[in-house]
Design a protein around this ligand. Structure first.
Ligand code: GMT
Length: 382
């Protein structure tokens, strides 16, 4: 099948999921066209089935806001015609589902019918999408999609709760390529560069936005390092990073915290990690937690949104209420206090991650594509 994938190219869950999905579909023989404003960070184009088309938005002094949706829908129309693309898969409703709908209409006017699958990722519903300024357009474009998927049951429930959705939403959980993530025994791991032998290594990876509750990460770590020797690896970039550095200084733990910035090699960091912290305010799924678990790293997280669908309380890690810093620090210590307990949690984390292997999830997307083509065909003939 010839598929156009529209996504955000930056570091962030939805872009990562869209890119990894496209890479795997290309491996399976589908022809994949990524259409976005910059080459996605995880996209290596070493496969003849993979293509990347950049959306350019020419600047004009009249525009206070550059009309990206317009340029994207135009690009979609041009690429569909040029490459005989059969299906649009848009990731993140804003503004991709809206631009996809416009492209569909423009193509329809020329007698070309193309189905659209919209995948909802989280903040496009829970934070940004439900804002009154966007709500009508988001509701409309979700309802106009031929098939809608969400990355967790929790996000599906939130979507029905906040929007007047008439479409059925299918849950397709996020995934991981387990063979790529698996840390083989004997693989060189540069742990000794980062910490002393007796220190536990705790890691947090995110886009450092408010929703991730970065101060909680630091405070949980502060409590942990009061009890046992430990180091904290902070991976990512975002608006909360500077304050996080200041907080570490204030607490006198700057020498125990390493800020890495964005990384394309999180597996190398996770390979020497003992515990992952994700105390988010909300998380539709928590892909970073799954990536950690796939590297056999247990997770201390909050219990909001889709996190309980990924992190299993008392098995792959522990879940607590948002802001329950003491409970999260206590649970962290329970896991890392001795090697035997840590090793059990590590095995469990990997076992749960295996259920989300791409091998299990990809056929669900292929089935959805077939369904979208059928839905589209039915709506033309009725
Ligand atoms: O906030 C982020 O982490 C970025 C955001 C995105 O769309 O790039 O992530 C959302 O989508 C991810 C992939 O489906 C989910 O794993 C994240 O949980 C979700 N973030 C939130 O819901 C806050």
């Amino acid at each position: 099948m010839k598929i156009a994938i529209v996504c955000y190219p930056t570091f962030g869950g939805s872009g990562v999921v869209a890119t990894e999905l496209g890479l795997e579909l290309a491996q399976r023989g589908h022809e994949i066209h990524f259409i976005t404003y910059k080459q996605p960070v995880r996209l290596a184009l070493l496969n003849p089935n993979l293509h990347y088309h950049e959306v350019n938005v020419p600047e004009y002094p009249l525009f206070h806001y550059q009309p990206y949706e317009l340029a994207l829908s135009s690009k979609l129309v041009d690429m569909v015609k040029l490459h005989k693309i059969e299906l649009l898969h848009v990731h993140y409703a804003i503004p991709h589902a809206y631009a996809g709908y416009m492209a569909k209409q423009m193509l329809k006017a020329e007698g070309i019918y193309i189905p659209m699958v919209t995948t909802l990722h989280g903040t496009d519903i829970t934070l940004v999408g439900k804002h009154p300024f966007y709500k009508s357009a988001v509701t409309f474009s979700i309802n106009q999609s031929d098939v809608v998927t969400s990355v967790s049951q929790s996000l599906k429930d939130d979507t029905y709760k906040h929007f007047a959705i008439t479409k059925e939403i299918e849950v397709i959980p996020n995934f991981i390529e387990i063979n790529k993530a698996k840390v083989e025994e004997g693989t060189p791991c540069y742990r000794s560069l980062m910490a002393k032998n007796d220190e536990r290594i705790i890691t947090h990876i995110s886009n450092f936005r408010k929703v991730k509750r970065i101060p909680d990460v630091i405070k949980i770590f502060y409590k942990i390092q009061q009890q046992i020797p430990a180091k904290l690896m902070m991976v990512g970039e975002g608006p909360e990073k500077e304050n996080a550095e200041l907080l570490c200084e204030e607490l006198g733990i700057s020498n125990k915290v390493i800020f890495f910035g964005n990384s394309n090699e999180i597996d190398k960091i996770l390979c020497f990690t003992d515990l992952f912290l994700l105390p988010s305010e909300t998380e539709s799924f928590g892909l970073a937690a799954l990536e950690a678990m796939a590297c056999s790293v247990p997770v201390i997280s909050t219990n909001t949104g889709g996190l309980p669908e990924v992190n299993k309380d008392g098995f792959s890690g522990y879940l607590s209420n948002v802001g329950a810093i003491d409970a999260m620090a206590e649970n962290a210590l329970k896991i890392i206090q001795d090697d035997v307990t840590l090793s059990t949690f590590k095995k469990n984390a990997f076992a749960v991650a295996q259920q989300f292997d791409i091998i299990n999830i990809l056929p669900l997307y292929e089935a959805v594509y077939e369904k979208a083509i059928k839905n589209q065909f039915n709506s033309i003939s009725s």
